[in-house]
Design a binder for this molecule. Structure first.
Ligand code: 13P
Ligand code: SF4
Length: 387
């Protein structure tokens, strides 16, 4: 009779039992896993993460800062990214650049060449990033050739909130990546090279940044994927200096100019501070605009007793309220604007991801395949040089 040999390789721990664990147990087990993994592990956390998760981050930041931090990782074996998918992809691409891999191989040996990047829940995506895919962008580029010579006249710029394939597309066509903290410098870089920019996927960041640079609305065109010429006439495209992809952040889209008016009426002297993913009318009505890191810095530097309404993700605003009881901080919307995908990273997923690292059975590993990783890295390294 034939016998079936049991596979004795270690299997990853299943996730399901982790849902049942009490918060205190999860906290203790996460602490213990971190202690054991010690220097081998770095947990990166985006500012929108919930408090119970961000407390375990070794380093926190906005997308720009987290990309820089990932690029600087020399001696760790694992990056656990408490953020969303495009952030973990970026960390993998930058931490595993060929020159870094060979340095690690020489210094620590072959088995330490790669940094393993883990996203605790693979469903933590970004709905804005999903609003542009590579087929749509390639189709757009083909259509643009009916009106101009795109590779001479248009430079593609993608917001970091995008798939690695779009970043690679930008590099292959001479372009780069930007974040909310260097979008202006990235557009200046782009306009120094070509007369027009195709900006995706966030129309609002593109429009707000271009306007701040003095480009009038008449010289902007909205590109609606799926429509012939993106819904424009050839004349409109000829006139445009920047083509804005019709994408948006569903969280920041909820802030409205009437919310700004309401706060100004109720709290004379209040300062309005918003993220540049908010629509133009909100940004125009605000006093200060910037990335999450900028928002944190602005509140930290504000005088005691000052009064603020902030237009960005709820978890960050609530944390700022707690950390600055000497300042009056309001959330700039009567609605709950939270990033549901960031919120997917919770204690059970973090504990599960760390304990699988301990067992040598990593789960949810993000590894961007070549040649996409190579080209995306070119676009990201350009991003890191402009500020
Ligand atoms: P920051 O780079 O400003 O942190 O923004 C990232 C993001 O996704 C905001 O919605
Ligand atoms: Fe994406 Fe908006 Fe969430 Fe940022 S807040 S990760 S842009 S869905």
């Amino acid at each position: 009779m034939a016998t079936v040999e049991r596979d004795t390789r270690t299997e990853p721990l299943p996730f399901e039992p982790y849902r049942e664990l009490a918060v205190g147990t999860l906290v203790d087990r996460i602490r213990a896993a971190k202690e054991t993994l010690a220097e081998d592990l770095v947990i990166l956390g985006h500012h929108y993460q919930q408090d119970e998760v961000i407390q375990f981050a070794d380093l926190t930041g906005d997308s720009y800062k987290l990309s820089r931090l990932a690029a600087q990782r020399e001696n760790c074996r694992y990056i656990v990214f408490c953020g969303v998918h495009f952030m973990a992809e970026t960390a993998d691409i930058l931490a595993n650049a060929p020159q870094r891999r060979s340095r690690r191989r020489e210094t620590y040996g072959k088995d330490r060449e790669w940094v393993t990047v883990v996203l605790p829940d693979m469903a933590a995506g970004c709905s804005m990033a999903d609003m542009a895919d590579i087929d749509q962008v390639e189709d757009c580029w083909d259509q643009l050739s009916e009106v101009y010579e795109p590779d001479k006249e248009v430079l593609p710029v993608t917001y970091i909130n995008s798939a690695a394939s779009l970043k690679a597309f930008c590099a292959e066509h001479g372009g780069l990546v930007c974040t909310s903290s260097n979008a202006r410098a990235a557009l200046q870089w782009a306009f120094a090279r070509r007369p027009r920019v195709l900006f995706f996927p966030d129309q609002h960041l593109g429009r707000n940044t271009a306007r701040a640079m003095g480009i009038p609305l008449e010289e902007m065109a909205l590109w609606q994927p799926g429509l012939p010429l993106g819904g424009n006439t050839p004349q409109q495209l000829q006139r445009a200096r920047i083509l804005l992809w019709k994408g948006h952040c569903s969280v920041h889209q909820m802030f409205r100019p009437e919310h700004v008016e309401l706060f100004r009426r109720r709290f004379p002297g209040i300062k309005i501070l918003v993220h540049p993913e908010c629509r133009m009318e909100v940004v125009d009505a605000a006093d200060y605009v910037g990335s999450t890191e900028y928002i944190i810095r602005t509140i930290k530097d504000a005088p005691p007793g000052s009064c603020w309404a902030i237009g960005t993700e709820l978890h960050l605003v609530n944390r700022l309220k707690k950390e600055h009881p000497d300042k009056e901080i309001h959330f700039l919307s009567p609605m709950v604007c939270m990033c549901a995908t960031m919120y997917r990273i919770d204690l059970p997923h973090l504990c599960w991801a760390l304990e699988n690292l301990l067992r040598g059975t990593p789960v949810n590993v993000i590894r961007v395949p070549e040649p996409i990783a190579h080209w995306a890295r070119v676009a990201l390294e350009r991003m890191l040089t402009v500020r």
